[in-house]
Design a protein around this ligand. Sequence first.
Ligand SMILES: [Zn+2]
Length: 356
Amino acid sequence: MRFVFVLCVLVIAVAVVPLQAKEASAEHGVVVLQYHHIGDDTPRVTSVTAAELEAHFEYLKEHDYRVVSLAQADEIVQSGEVPDKLVAITFDDGWRNIYANGVELFKRYRYPFTIFVNPKLMAETPRLYMTWAQLQELEQYGASIANHSNSHEHMTWRRENESEAEWLARQEHDILAAQEALEQGMGSKQPRHFAYPYGEYNPALANLLEEHEFLAFGQHSGAWGKYSLRTQVPRFPASAQYANLKTLATKIASLALPVDKVTPENMVLSKASDSLTVSFEVKHTDDYRPTQMNCFYQGEQLQPQWHNVTARLTLTDIPIGRSRVNCTVPSLSQSGRFYWYSVPLVRPNEQGRWPD
Ligand SMILES: [Zn+2]
């Protein structure tokens, strides 16, 4: 009897040990924060006040986050070994108030950060945007200046009677002219980093940017991990209602969901698609339970249907314009932290357009 008992214990021990040895490990990513205006007299929906930004900067310092430039982040992500607690800071559009209200903070914290600018708009309405001299000054305090297109249009929109090839050539010119102008304005080569205006892109644009060796950022949320596509890097909006540190802290601590094979492949839907099935394949499943994944769309909470490692969600009442599905699932190895993944969508109206 005792022998059988000992044998049983041994068998159980042998069975359990490999499981313990292969402990679930979290999939770290770089959390990229996205800002626009710094001020209290600018559209609230795209603004942080200087006090809010200071609170964010202080939070990162107090909680031992390492703020890296996008170039450093890119190198780290490409190495495949992403350490925990990496954050990058970005500002879109190059508004003048970034200098006016931010320069003291940039000087004090000396974090690396990126400003995505539109050189054509800077030339056309200089009173709204920082000057090249101001951008050069900010460069000394950690700024990199990058490409947000030349003219900040909805890049996927085709003009009337414009062929696909003509449209693509126009976009190529817009991107490359912006890069040339910003390098001329800065007097130096700048990293080939691009932020899509309004976070809108399609496969042809993504391919174009890849061809020209740009790393391209969207406006869908999630941590940037080794499975993120280089032409669709996620960022977390950190302005307005997202500026609240209670909710922002969860995003800053988020983990990169290792996702692949996403459908729809094109975020720009057809006019007719008022409902849609979104699906994506999740690569590893050892640090979370698929059944604990929750997705949110237009204020509704949805549970994905799982087919092996593929999550499927059926969306209905897709509005005209941009919308996003956000999915989160708790990490098993790191309590209080979540994997985060977001799918951006845009549905055109009858004229193939949508609001800003
Ligand atoms: Zn913009």
